[in-house]
Design a protein around this ligand. Sequence first.
Ligand code: NAG
Ligand code: NAG
Ligand code: NAG
Ligand code: NAG
Ligand code: NAG
Ligand code: NAG
Ligand code: NAG
Ligand code: NAG
Ligand code: NAG
Ligand code: NAG
Length: 641
Amino acid sequence: MYQKKEILTYFLVIIFRICSSTDTIGPNQSLKDGDILVSSGNAFALGFFSPGKSRNRYIGIWYNKVPEQTVVWVANRDNPINGTSGVLVIDPAGNLVLSNESRNLSVWSTNVSSITLQKSSSAQLMETGNFVLFQDQSRSVIAWQSFDYPTNTILPNMKVGWNRKTGLNKFFRSWKSHDDPGTGEYGYKLELNGTPQFFFYKGSDRLWRTGPWNGLRWSGVPEMDSNFMYNKSYVENDDEVTITDVMKDPSIFSRMVLNESGILELLTWQGPERGWARIWYAPNDQCDNYAHCGAYSNCDLFNLSEFECSCLPGFEPQLERQWYLREGSQGCKRKQEENVCGNGEGFIKVTNAKVPDTSIAYVNKNLGLTACQELCLKNCSCTAFASANISGGGNGCITWHGNLVDIRQFSNDGQDLYIRVSAAELGAKGETKSLFSSSTGLTSYDSRGKEMDGSGTNAEVSVFDVNTIVSATDDFSQSNKLGEGGFGAVYKGRLDSGQEIAVKRLSKISGQGNEEFKNEITLIARLQHKNLVRLLGCCSQQDEKMLVYEYLPNKGLDNFIFDKTRRSFIGWSKRFEIILGIARGMIYLHEDSRLRIIHRDLKASNILLDTSMNPKISDFGLARIFRVDQTEANTKRVVGT
Ligand SMILES: *[C@@H]1O[C@H](CO)[C@@H](O)[C@H](O)[C@H]1NC(C)=O
Ligand SMILES: *[C@@H]1O[C@H](CO)[C@@H](O)[C@H](O)[C@H]1NC(C)=O
Ligand SMILES: *[C@@H]1O[C@H](CO)[C@@H](O)[C@H](O)[C@H]1NC(C)=O
Ligand SMILES: *[C@@H]1O[C@H](CO)[C@@H](O)[C@H](O)[C@H]1NC(C)=O
Ligand SMILES: *[C@@H]1O[C@H](CO)[C@@H](O)[C@H](O)[C@H]1NC(C)=O
Ligand SMILES: *[C@@H]1O[C@H](CO)[C@@H](O)[C@H](O)[C@H]1NC(C)=O
Ligand SMILES: *[C@@H]1O[C@H](CO)[C@@H](O)[C@H](O)[C@H]1NC(C)=O
Ligand SMILES: *[C@@H]1O[C@H](CO)[C@@H](O)[C@H](O)[C@H]1NC(C)=O
Ligand SMILES: *[C@@H]1O[C@H](CO)[C@@H](O)[C@H](O)[C@H]1NC(C)=O
Ligand SMILES: *[C@@H]1O[C@H](CO)[C@@H](O)[C@H](O)[C@H]1NC(C)=O
């Protein structure tokens, strides 16, 4: 029960109502429905409002100069007032109290213990949008402030995070709906486990995380570094873990809001015509979703391959089939045979990463990267390490002890992460046991260069000399001939390196010069997908034009389905997988690739099977090289199959 008696008597002696525009409620003053406080520079106003279609009354703070009412804070969010009888006063104890005039109980109160208050306290709406209750008239000691009890909005100059001394951890919560500012289901707050990071929640489920502060920015928000609109100051000491953003240009209004549809968005006011513009938001894509690819995996949306999840070096999918069907949430596991404890193991670097969840990480601020590696290597529970602070060339050490979760790949501005791998994995990657033994320092490994295709080669197309091809195919011997297709004959070959290839000797290409042909091949070779046959290169000399592909020993699908004995090798589930794979390859060619290829000759003999019977579409792009009709609109002639 709120101090009933005192309030009653207080109401009996009431007082001077706020009349002219002011930013302060003093002792013996009241703010009634219809009155407003306006901050000294006119940026913010405080008063009663009704959100959206609601007729409930709330005390709130909004932008005074923005025509569409934009509320940044609500006092009584879960306890609205019915009707216009609300009144905000400083009670005899010095607390701010909101109540319905005819009732004895307060609807909302700052609830500061009376010991810290004096009877002459006053409350002021600051130009930052902070509503501050000062302990006394000198206004030197803050007894309470709205910035400490935020609702769904983070404003510039607001310290966000954890006060270790008072135990206060600011917890932002979305509104229930556009019409109801009550405490909604989405939340945002700092977690201190391991090394601190902010989490965005739905209920208690993690939706997104910022990653740890890396000296320049949040590891998971590379687009918002210190060159952005704000001066950001991160403080981590025995008293607090907080971040404060200060606008470089204080005349710009910006606000970060947890909105009711579960998005954390950053908006700036662009003037009455253009309104609020969204500058940034999260979660923004699949890879932002917390642990989208499970443990020990990397999420990369900008990969041409159709699946954003890939296992970290030394790991393989936990559930092969789910993975194949593009369901990555079960993540990856260490390859069975690998022992990574005192067995010649080392580290492979993943560049441009959002580092894994640091709830299970430890930081040592005084170690450099080399010492960090030693520390991690010595401790078998350590699965990865990285620089704790990437500013000024990198210093400090984070080590992870347990599952590596929620890694993603950025196209730039991510950071280096070192994954513990077995000696065998190091050997496979051509890495040395110690990363630091080479003169250039760290050897580099980009997770994009690997997995799935297993060959480790990159997308560069090679131009083969005609003599190399002649020797590889034994001068196009009849015994090496694999078949004859619409655009020419195909031969098996073996390069000096031992690599097996398939060479397509093209019949005459109308009016295409050598350079034009090579350019075209370079474009097509960049199309890479696990359901496309990999084009390794070309050969173009005089009027000979050839394409060099990876060799697939199981040959065409026609070999299986049209053969009485062999058709029993592939059961229905395998057939289904093959169909899915072909469809994925087609989607890639039609919609996801840079060139948008229409195959125009898709048939069983053009579907090749690798050793695991995964389908790979071949001869894609030939319609393009042969200039068979340039656009869909022109296609009238029947071509291909
Ligand atoms: C507030 O009102 C009470 C009772 O009328 C009076 O005793 C007190 O001096 C007033 N306080 C101020 C700061 O005006
Ligand atoms: C609000 O007031 C209206 C009329 O004054 C009344 O009908 C309604 O029941 C009230 N609601 C609450 C929640 O008190
Ligand atoms: C105060 O609140 C009560 C209960 O919600 C309501 O019935 C009453 O009408 C309100 N008083 C005024 C003056 O509006
Ligand atoms: C308010 O308090 C007075 C005296 O304490 C009491 O008589 C009255 O019933 C109370 N009113 C309400 C609505 O609780
Ligand atoms: C006021 O604070 C005390 C302890 O600080 C707490 O027990 C009480 O529930 C609070 N009351 C309200 C109305 O928030
Ligand atoms: C932002 O930081 C820069 C460099 O530290 C400083 O010069 C500038 O005054 C700061 N701006 C504000 C608004 O604090
Ligand atoms: C929440 O933010 C997203 C992204 O900015 C936007 O598309 C959506 O309309 C917003 N929802 C609400 C209720 O404002
Ligand atoms: C490995 O590191 C963890 C976390 O720092 C620590 O708890 C554990 O004692 C270490 N183990 C050894 C053998 O040093
Ligand atoms: C990060 O390193 C830079 C330069 O080495 C230093 O100035 C800064 O204080 C460090 N930041 C933290 C949070 O340790
Ligand atoms: C995309 O990922 C796959 C599998 O991880 C990899 O083989 C391929 O090289 C990557 N491509 C690019 C362009 O990063």
